[in-house]
Design a protein around this ligand. Sequence first.
Ligand SMILES: [Zn+2]
Length: 203
Amino acid sequence: MAELLGYHWLFLLFAAPCVGSFLGVVAVRLPEGRSALRGRSACPHCGTRLGLLDLVPILGWGLARGRCRHCGAGIAWSYPAIELAALAVAAWSLAVLPGWLAWAGCALGWSLIVLAVIDARHLLLPDALTLPLVPAGLAVAWWVDPAKLPGHALGAVASYFWALPFVLRRIGRKLRGKPGRPFDGRPSERPAPKVIPSEKIKG
Ligand SMILES: [Zn+2]
């Protein structure tokens, strides 16, 4: 058993693209308020459920040449990109962090990937993803050096619950010239775009 545990890095490298595949689903479904665990992945254009071959991380997208096998519609390149990024995070964590700490590095890196994707698409950092990082970070800090835990806890309270959201909201309001969106995990409602009749455009 101890020998097998010595190969945990190999498991991490093989699991990383599969985790990346899951992260891609989370990045799409979480802002829509849908569960990432329920419901099989399907083509967003024709609704056909993806087959086992399509679900193989990185390779599935490449073998199908980035297109749905059923209707031929393009499948976003972001899916294999997120899977590759998850693999890169695992390789980097294993390279720079000793032993089992690489798992903590992966957990943080993978969380940041999905946060970055949702932020880029929706200007949103869902609480469901950011808040668990606080206790997780404190647990890792305690694991590495229990004596320094009070300092880390103080830093987390000071920065996360007060200064950081305050500063980000102020910057967000200035950049967009409007009130910042709530950090509640759901995109705020947008007014429907106004449709101008073509006769009016022609004058
Ligand atoms: Zn399709």
